[in-house]
Ligand binder design. Sequence first.
Ligand code: SF4
Length: 519
Amino acid sequence: MSTHPEQSNDDGAMPHPELVAHDDADAIYRDGRRLDHAEAASRLLRSRPEKQPRGAKIHGNRPIDHAKAAARFIAAPEHEKMHDERLWDLRQKRDREMHGIAEWEELRSLASAIKEHTLTHLDAYLDQFEANARSNGIHVHWARDAAEHNRIVHGILTGHGAKSLIKSKSMLTEECAFRHYMASVGIEVIETDLGERIQQLDNEDPSHVVVPAVHKLRTDVAEVFARTIGTDPDNSDVHYLAEEQREANRPLILTADAGMTGANFVVAETGTFVVCTNEGNADLSANVPKLHIASIGIEKIIPRLEHLAVFIRLLSRSALGSPITQYTSHFRGPRAGGEMHVVLVDNGRSERLGMAEFWTSLKCIRCGACMNTCPVYRRSGGLSYGATYSGPIGLIIDPTFNARKYSNLPFASTLNGSCSNVCPVKINIHEQIYAWRRELVKQHEVPFAKKAAMKAAGALLSHPAAYRAAIAAADWALAHLPRFIIYNRLNAWGKHREVPHPPKQTFHSWYQANRGGKE
Ligand code: SF4
C-alpha cells in the first residue's frame, strides 16, 4: 500500500467521487486505486475468522459471572485487540475535541449543575413538560415500570391496528425487554440503527450505549447477515454488508405501521424533545409512519432550550470525538394527519433519586465516554457484564435494578478514576463504584471467599510486622520457586501477564537504611 496524493480519482470505484478532495495528502492507494476512508481503515483479517466470544450466561437471579465471560472474550485475541483499539481510538478522538474547546471544564460544570438542579426539581419540570407537550398536540403517558411501558405501547399500537414497528436505538427499551415483549404479542419490531439491527439479527443485546455492535469483527457481521438476510458468507467488505442490509431493511421501513424513538433530551419549557443520531434513522422512524411513539426516561429532562446547547456541545465530542452528531432532530408535535405519543418511564429512577450515594448517576447522558476509557471494559467487552448497561456507568446503575444479580459488577473496576475524569456531566463514577462495594458487603451480597480474602488482607495490612514478613516471604517465593508453581491455576494475575520481579530491597528496608530508621 502506498500514498499518491497527486493521483486522480477517476476509476469510478468511490461511491461519491464528487465528494473526494483531490489534494488530500493523506489519501491511501492500493493497486492503483484510491481507497475511501472505511476501506483504508479496514485491516485484512485472518482467512479463518476467529469465532465471536459470547457474553455472560444469565441464570435467573444468580449473580452474573463477569470474570468468566471476560475470560472468554480475552481468549479471543482478534476480538479483544480490535475492541481495545477501537474504543481507545474513540477516547483519543474525544481528547482531541476536548482540547479544542477552551471552556471545556466550564461546560462540564454547567452541564452537571443543570442536571443536578433539574433532578432536585424533577416533579415540577416533568409537570411543565407534560402541560406544554399536551398543548403541542402530543399524547403523554406515564409508566411506573418496564411492564407498564410495554403495555402502554402495545395498547397504542393495537388501537391503530399496527402490526409492525420501526424503531431507533434506545437503551430504555432494552431495560424494558421491549423487543421480546412485542414478539410475544405478535408485533414485528425492526431496528433502524445499523449496529442495533446487527445485534437484533444476532439475537444479542447491545454491548455499548453508542456503538452497540462494537465487539463484533466484520467477519462476525458477514456471518450474521449470511444467516439472516442471505448475503455471501465469504464477503466481509463493509460497503457490501452495509448496502445489503440497507436493501433488506428499507422496504420494511417504508411499509411499517408505526415508528418509535427514544430521546436524548426533553425540554420542559417548550414541551419538545430532541433525538441525536449519526445515521438519520430516528428521523425515518419518526417521519415515515404516521404514528410516532417516543419512550423516554424521566431523567432526560432539562429546563430550557438554551440549556440544550451545553449538552449538544458535550455529547458527540465525548461519545465519538466528533464535534456534533450528524442529525440533531427536534420533535414538537405530530405531523398533519399523524399522531405522536410520549411515554415517560420511571422504571426505578425515582428510587435511585432517593439513594444518597447514587442519585447523581441520573445525570448520565449515555455518551459512553466512561466505557471507552475503562481498561476493564475495553478488554472484556460489554456483553460480559450480562446487563443492560455495561462499563463503569453500568456498575452503578445495574445493581439499583437488582443488587443480587449484579453484585459482582462493582468489582469489575480498577477504580483508576479515568471514567470520572472523562464524564461530561461530572459523575463521580469511581467513587460510586466503591460505594457500591461497601453497600453490597452491608447487604451480604459479596461471596464468602471474597469476604474472607478481604478480611485476611485487612488483618495483614493492619499489622506492620506480619505485613513485612509476608512481603519478604512472597519476594523469596517469586525469586526461588519454579515457574510452574507460581503460574498456577489460582494465580489469576499471572494468566495474562508476567508477575513483577521482586526488588532487591523493599522500600521499607531502603527507608530504614537511608533515613536513619525514623518513620
Ligand atoms: S456516566 Fe458520564 S461518561 Fe459514562 S456514559 Fe454517562 S455521561 Fe457518559
